[in-house]
Ligand binder design. Structure first.
Ligand SMILES: [Zn+2]
Length: 433
């Protein structure tokens, strides 16, 4: 049987990335932040990074609020009984063991929920819909995702006994998408779940009938108190210790429903293989520091812990890979005006691979965003094609078979080209402001 590495043409660069993704998803599997599986992933990561020849490999623990999934069940009870495919949102509160029942009140958007009078949802279950569409830059996730992030706190303020949302995704399967919601500043977290897209369509059709619509929801996740997570850090030391390092990041944790292949084993595979590739023909002038962050999914805690622990150390520029394994289509940068020629050199190299320089601001990401903000660092984004990404993101279908080896290799090539230019550059890379 052909191994995935053979499918990629046996290329050393791609096989480093693919073997990281394959082994992490196979030998560790799901690795929810703060759980024993995430700790196992850290042990695995430390061993693998040492084996690959990285120096200063270490695990840096930090505490988080733990949470684990329980029973999850939901159904329409009237006008016709129908089961719903549901999953709890991360940091959702719990219903009683027997669940809650009540009128299901349909809101086409989060804005419509915001307009509901206070107390008007007492004893009722709120449902928030949205109309996110697939896009190459994944641009809908920020705004439409607010139904998940803010919805529970708003529905709780209106008196709801539970909240259901349409999964924040773009597929048409019955795999619901989890994802974190905010722990409310006061009061108990509301039991909150996402239903699959076809189930949300059903709810929308039933709600349009003007007949009594009721549902039952049972979600019994648990908060597990303060538990330990951690970052894994490793370096390819540069020749000149006076040059500030390049920080490249992914996140090691995943949601608990699938294998965390596209989110974000692929990011760890890409940045790590690219760092090795960039320094393959000789030690670079500048150190590349690799950060495999812990507990990104539950709220960017690894990135926050990194900024706290390393906020006084110099950094030259930050980059993050956390949007799957499909091809890079665009290069975005935020660099000081005097460093524009360096950015243009990178852009010229990437153009050879069909990657264009965009004129928007890079987002950086949760794992590098806190240190970038603290130190006003230069940020580079290699934006990946996200047309397929939100079909599988945070679902049971985030599995190894979704990785396309050819597109994965294109990522490694693009990242390696950028790291080679930055790593060989002996001038100062200035804060971007
Ligand atoms: Zn991610």
């Amino acid at each position: 049987m052909a191994s995935p590495a053979c499918a990629a043409g046996g290329d050393a660069r791609s096989s480093d990335a693919l073997s990281i993704i394959t082994d992490l998803t196979t030998d560790v599997g799901q690795r929810l932040g703060g759980t024993e599986r995430e700790a196992a992933a850290r042990d695995w990561a430390v061993a693998r990074l040492k084996e690959l020849g990285f120096a200063n490999v270490r695990s840096e623990p930090f505490p988080i609020t733990g949470w684990v999934r329980g029973e999850e069940k939901a159904a329409i009870t009237a006008p016709v009984p129908q089961k719903l495919a549901v999953t709890a949102l991360g940091y959702s509160g719990a219903t009683p063991p027997q669940g809650v029942n009540g009128e299901l009140v349909y809101f086409p958007t989060l804005d419509a929920l915001k307009l509901a009078p206070d107390g008007s949802l007492r004893g009722k279950i709120a449902f928030v819909d949205h109309a996110m569409k697939a896009a190459q830059d994944g641009g809908g996730y920020g705004p439409f995702g607010e139904a998940r992030r803010q919805g529970p706190t708003i529905a709780a303020a209106k008196g709801a006994s539970a909240l259901l949302i349409r999964s924040i995704g773009t597929d048409h399967t019955r795999s619901p998408h989890t994802g974190v919601t905010r722990i409310p500043p006061q009061g108990e977290p509301l039991p909150s779940g996402a239903v699959s897209s076809p189930d949300a369509d059903l709810i929308a059709r039933l709600a349009a009938k003007d007949k009594p619509l009721t549902a039952s929801v049972t979600l019994t996740p648990r908060f597990t108190g303060q538990v330990m997570s951690g970052n894994v850090i490793a370096e390819l030391p540069g020749r000149d210790p006076k040059l500030a390092p390049i920080l490249v990041a992914c996140h090691l944790d995943s949601w608990d429903l699938g294998q965390g292949a596209i989110d974000d084993a692929s990011g760890c595979g890409i940045i790590t293989a690219a760092a090795l590739e960039a320094s393959k023909s000789g030690q670079l002038a500048r150190t590349i520091r690799v950060l495999w962050a812990g507990t990104e999914e539950m709220g960017g805690f690894g990135g926050q812990a990194y900024a706290k622990a390393h906020g006084a150390e110099p950094h030259a520029v930050v980059m993050e890979s956390d949007t799957g394994a499909d091809r890079v289509f665009r290069f975005l940068f935020r660099m000081a005006p005097q460093d524009k020629p360096l950015a243009e050199r990178i852009g010229a190299e990437l153009a050879k691979m069909g990657i264009y320089t965009g004129d928007g601001a890079p987002e950086g990401g949760e794992d590098v965003g806190y240190i970038a903000e603290k130190q006003k660092l230069a940020v580079i984004d290699l934006n990946q094609d996200m047309i397929r990404y939100f079909d599988w993101h945070h679902t049971p279908d985030d599995t190894l078979d979704k990785i396309d080896p050819a597109q994965l290799q294109q990522n490694v090539d693009a990242w390696a080209a950028v790291l080679k230019i930055l790593g060989s550059y002996t001038g100062t890379i200035n804060p971007a402001g």
